[in-house]
Design a protein around this ligand. Structure first.
Ligand code: UDP
Ligand code: MG
Length: 317
C-alpha cells in the first residue's frame, strides 16, 4: 500500500486548519487504496494554529505536526516538511484551500498511470484576481528569468505538487539557505506533468504576501538561479568605457581645432548623474550576490524546531 504524506505549512491559520482538515478528510476517505500522513508545519504562528494542530493530532493519528521557534517563512516550512515526511509520495499543499485537496486524487492517478513520471504539479493560467500592476510585474519576472536562467520557471506554477520519494530526496539534498522552491523543483530535473486549474479564492484568513514581499521574492529567485545580472553590469561598464574613450578623443580634437569654449556644464552634470546612477546600480547587483553568498557561508539553520509530535520519525537528513 502506498503512503502519501501531505505537507501543510501554516502561519496564523487557526481559522483555516479545521476547515482544511474537514476537506482533506473527505479525500482521504475516498482514496482507500492509499495510506495518509498529514504533516502540519507551524511556522511560528502567533495565534492558536498550533493548538488546533495538536488537538487534531490527538484525535487522529494520521495527523502530525512540527512547530518552529519563530516564523521562518514558507520555504523553510516546506523544507522541514519534506525532511520529516515518511511517505512514498509527498504532496505540498496550502492550508487556505487555494490548492483544492480533491485534486490530489487526480494527481495520484496521473502519477501512477505513467511509471516515467516523478511529479504531478499544478499551475494556473488565469490571474484574473491580480491587479494590472501585479499582472505586469508577474509577466515581466517570468520573461526576465526565462531569458537569464538555464533553470526553467513555469509561469503560474503553484507549490501544490505530488512528488515521488526519489525527487524529494533530491530536493532535500540541496542544502542551500536561500531557497527558491520553484527553481529547486525544476533544477533537480525528473519528469513533471503539469495540470492546469483556476485558483479558487482563499476560504478564510488573509494572505501574508503583499506586493513588496512578492517583489523581493522575485529578486531572490533571480539571484538564486542566474548570475546573468553580473555579466550585464560588466557589459554596461565596458560599453560606457568605450563611449567615454570616443568622447575624450572627440573633445581633445575639438579643443585643438576650435579652442576651449567653457560651456555646457548642465549636460556634464546630467551625464555625471546618469553614470553614477549606473555605477551604483551595478555595485548594487554585485552587493546583492555578495550578501546571498554571505548568508550561505554562515550556514545558519534554515529552521529551528521547538516542538514536534512524538510519533514523527526523525528527519533522515
Ligand atoms: N505560510 C507559511 N509561512 C509564512 C507565510 C505563509 O507557512 O511565513 C503558509 C500559509 O499559512 C499558507 C501558505 O503558506 O498555508 C500560502 O500562504 P498564502 O495563502 O498567504 O499565500 P498566497 O496563496 O497568497 O500565495
Ligand atoms: Mg493562499
Amino acid at each position: 500500500m502506498d503512503k502519501i504524506s501531505v505537507i501543510v505549512p501554516c502561519y496564523n491559520e487557526e481559522e483555516m486548519i479545521p476547515i482544511f482538515y474537514k476537506e482533506i478528510s473527505k479525500v482521504i476517505k475516498k482514496m482507500k487504496e492509499v495510506e495518509f500522513e498529514l504533516l502540519f508545519v507551524n511556522d511560528g504562528s502567533t495565534d492558536d494554529s498550533f493548538k488546533e494542530m495538536k488537538q487534531l493530532s490527538l484525535d487522529d493519528k494520521k495527523v502530525k505536526y512540527l512547530s518552529f521557534s519563530r516564523n521562518f517563512g514558507k520555504e523553510a516550512a516546506m523544507l522541514a516538511g519534506l525532511e520529516y515526511a515518511s511517505g512514498d509520495y509527498i504532496a505540498i499543499m496550502d492550508v487556505d484551500l487555494q490548492d483544492p485537496p480533491k485534486m490530489l486524487e487526480t494527481m495520484y492517478k496521473e502519477l501512477k498511470s505513467d511509471s516515467n513520471l516523478d511529479c504531478v504539479a499544478l499551475k494556473t493560467n488565469s490571474h484574473d484576481d491580480y491587479g494590472f500592476i501585479r499582472k505586469f510585474f508577474t509577466n515581466l519576472f517570468y520573461k526576465i528569468i526565462s531569458k537569464m536562467s538555464k533553470t526553467e520557471m513555469v509561469p503560474g506554477a503553484r507549490d501544490f505538487r505530488l512528488m515521488s520519494r526519489q525527487m524529494v530526496n533530491a530536493i532535500v539534498s540541496m542544502g542551500e539557505y536561500n531557497r527558491y522552491s520553484k527553481g529547486l523543483f525544476s533544477f533537480v530535473g525528473f519528469n513533471t506533468k503539469w495540470l492546469t486549474y483556476k485558483i479558487p479564492e482563499r476560504k478564510a484568513g488573509k494572505t501574508t504576501w503583499n506586493f513588496f514581499k512578492l517583489f523581493v521574492y522575485a529578486i531572490d529567485g533571480i539571484l538564486a538561479f542566474t548570475t546573468t545580472p553580473l555579466i550585464i553590469s560588466a557589459l554596461i561598464g565596458i560599453i560606457f568605457c568605450f563611449i567615454s574613450v570616443v568622447a575624450i578623443i572627440f573633445i581633445v580634437v575639438r579643443t585643438l581645432i576650435f579652442g576651449d569654449r567653457v560651456a555646457g556644464w548642465p549636460s556634464i552634470v546630467c551625464i555625471m548623474f546618469f553614470l553614477s546612477g549606473i555605477q551604483l546600480f551595478c555595485t548594487g547587483i554585485s552587493g546583492a550576490y555578495l550578501s546571498k553568498t554571505y548568508t550561505e557561508v554562515k550556514k545558519r539553520p534554515i529552521y529551528i524546531i521547538k516542538e514536534k509530535s512524538n510519533d514523527l520519525s526523525n528527519s533522515s537528513f
